[in-house]
Design a protein around this ligand. Structure first.
Ligand SMILES: [Ca+2]
Ligand SMILES: [Ca+2]
Length: 293
């Protein structure tokens, strides 16, 4: 990769002022924030999703080693995207930054040959704490074009779509009997998150969210299931006061919406679905939503 200035007329390329071997990076993009340069790239994994790489420098001619871009919640593949570019949004409240990544795998899973469907983009907030950027895995993004403020559905991969059935959906972490929760077809939209096992199980699927604006939030999810779990809960915790939860045990099949509200006072929250299932019981979830009221 090379960094080379353009001529004053932007019609020719000057000699490079920085060069180094590619090293498994592509889609380079440099963003200047204040007087500091931030260089981002995707990894190289054909059109499959990758972690995003980042480095920061006060000078275009000297750069430190690459690091993985921090994400909230944790995601090893940039919430199933490959990084493309960053879009600044300037408004009366200041400048916000939108990360754009592509999901060329959308309609072909992670497989080959090349997708024949559309390669859609995902748009998510990128924030800076000092020189450290963090990618927030919003499932939906709203933009106030007057103030520049970003909002939307804070939960990552909230519809469980766009990556195909998997034991390890991006953006979600599992605790307990991890094999008992997985995504599959049959959701309200495309895929759903299902909790099932042939023997009794306890599984806790969660997202740890940092960098939240303090305030009151509503967490909701659509569920259906066999209704014979020992316990099934929608959970919010670690937001500055005691855990809030509600039962998800459905009376029968058919999608039902459950929700809780809670007030974030420490900039953090953990959101989760917990199922203590009897042998052969099942519960499916789709369309998780976490929005600030
Ligand atoms: Ca799993
Ligand atoms: Ca879905």
């Amino acid at each position: 990769m090379n960094i080379a200035p353009l001529s004053n007329t932007w019609t020719s390329v000057q000699p490079a002022i920085f060069s180094e071997p590619n090293g498994g990076h592509e889609a380079p993009f440099i963003l200047k924030v204040g007087s500091t340069y931030h260089w981002f790239t995707s990894g190289t994994n054909w059109w499959a999703s990758t972690a995003t790489k980042h480095r920061v420098s006060p000078s275009l001619t000297s750069w430190p080693a690459w690091s993985d871009l921090a994400t909230t919640p944790a995601s090893g593949d940039s919430f199933n995207t490959q990084f493309d570019f960053i879009l600044p949004v300037q408004g009366s409240s200041g400048t916000s930054y939108i990360y754009a990544g592509d999901r060329y795998t959308n309609f072909q899973g992670q497989g080959y040959p090349a997708p024949t469907g559309s390669g859609r983009n995902a748009w998510m907030p990128l924030t800076f704490t000092g020189d450290t950027p963090t990618l927030h895995g919003y499932s939906d993004l709203t933009i106030n074009v007057s103030t520049g403020d970003l909002g939307g559905n804070v939960a990552a991969h909230a519809r469980f779509d766009n990556e195909g059935p998997t034991q390890t959906p991006t953006g979600w972490q599992e605790y307990g009997n991890a094999d008992a929760s997985y995504t599959e077809s049959g959701g309200v939209t495309d895929d759903r998150l299902t909790f099932w096992a042939s023997s009794a199980f306890q599984t806790y699927d969660y997202q740890t969210l940092n960098g939240l604006a303090n305030g009151t939030y509503t967490l909701s999810v659509q569920v259906e299931g066999s209704g014979n779990q020992s316990s099934a809960l929608l959970v919010a915790k670690n937001f500055g006061s005691a855990e809030v939860n509600t039962s998800l045990i459905a009376a029968g099949s058919g999608w039902t919406t459950k929700s809780i509200t809670f007030t974030v006072t420490n900039g953090n929250a953990e959101i989760a679905i917990y199922v203590n299932g009897t042998a052969g019981s099942w519960l499916s979830a789709d369309n998780v939503s976490l929005t600030r009221n």
